[in-house]
Ligand binder design. Sequence first.
Ligand SMILES: Nc1ncnc2c1ncn2[C@@H]1O[C@H](COP(=O)(O)OP(=O)(O)OP(=O)(O)O)[C@@H](O)[C@H]1O
Ligand SMILES: O=P(O)(O)OC[C@H]1O[C@](O)(CO)[C@@H](O)[C@@H]1O
Ligand SMILES: [Mg+2]
Length: 420
Amino acid sequence: MTVTTLGPCRFRSPRSGFVSEEERVPANIIRGPGRDDDPGALFELAGPREMLFFDPPRVRAGIITCGGLCPGLNNVIRSLVRELHGGYEVREVIGFRMGYGGLDPRNHHEPVVLHHASVDDIHQQGGTILGTSRGPVDVAAAVDNLIRRKIDMLFCIGGDGTQRGAFALYEACKARGHALAVVGVPKTIDNDVLYVDRTFGYLTALEEARHVIDAAHNEARSVENGVAVVKVMGRHAGFIAAGATIASQDVNFTLVPEVPFRLDGEHGFLAAVIERVRERGHAVVVVAEGAGQDLFPTEPKATDASGNVKLKDIGPFLAKAIGEAFAAAKLPLTLRYFDPGYQIRSRPANCEDAVLCDMFARQAVHAAMAGKTGMVVGQLHGTFIHVPTSLIASGAKQLDTDGLFWHSVLAANQQPDRFG
Ligand SMILES: Nc1ncnc2c1ncn2[C@@H]1O[C@H](COP(=O)(O)OP(=O)(O)OP(=O)(O)O)[C@@H](O)[C@H]1O
Ligand SMILES: O=P(O)(O)OC[C@H]1O[C@](O)(CO)[C@@H](O)[C@@H]1O
Ligand SMILES: [Mg+2]
């Protein structure tokens, strides 16, 4: 599985510790009885190349952040700038402002020149110093701008939408005969990117979610019949809800998009909450924002500026349903509702995410210098790889409900496999 390269590599790299173009990382590594020996896709190994497509001192690089916030965005920006300037001594690094909208000069978001010193302490801040946005961009205008500014490589830090946008830019540049290396750094606290073991920001999100769950637990168990509902992010995947449940060990119910559930009936979710409160006096519920969407009436779905379906708000819906169920059962209830989504994703990266951000960013620079394009830096089995953007954008990762991780959730919260 080779990614596209802009052309022959004629320039010697100033870096060291080179990896070979022939080294590959298999998608499947488990062998044994009942296992297929097929290694699956073989990905290029990420890392510095001895020969480069670009002549470093002539390079102009661009960086952009798009989509929602995620802990570690500034760490990635910083390490990109430091690797480009410090590792390769490139000519110029430009930060495009306010997401893809900033590529179109008509939007008047003047780009900033990023120096070694100007990114000095940005990794200590949450958010993104470049700004971000959702919504379409005029690709032709964006490419005109990139060509006019003589940008050789563009680092696109963002989720699935950003990588699809990056691919559109790459294809448009190719059609215009402009050799642009478009390299993606996958971002999302949801951890739902294919061919990426763990996206940066995810562990910080777990840490923050766990603090909120601690508070929720304290609130619930300090009153009579206390029920705390905590809604966390996770549009299509329940990795944050599941991971925070395992980390906390104080959650009693974990609802995720991958496992549909029924509210009513003898084996429904509401009966289980009532039973738990009758027995133990309190309950903590963690719900991913994408869970239970089938419980809402189907109507024309609204979308955000980028075309993402706007989810129905499952948190207050559940809280209301719990309130009604307790009233019908004539049980007193003290309900506490927590929605810490933006509080979580705007935090600075924790230590493990900071390490991951640095690693992703530096591999992205090595790839771009070697002229790799239309690709995203991925990570499988702890090893950094090059993944064609088309593959990353072809789907999303979800919890394996037969896997160890989800089984640990069920072991920690003791909830049944299914409600209803
Ligand atoms: N198919 C596409 N072609 C071109 N641009 C796209 C495409 N899909 C999304 N984009 C653009 O990519 C940018 C980011 O997309 P989006 O808002 O969906 O966030 P994301 O990168 O998926 O991150 P998040 O995980 O926060 O949702 C937006 O400006 C959007 O218009
Ligand atoms: O930034 P917005 O538009 O509120 O979108 C929130 C979404 O962004 C994410 O944080 C992904 O970046 C999702 O978890 C969440 O559904
Ligand atoms: Mg997305």
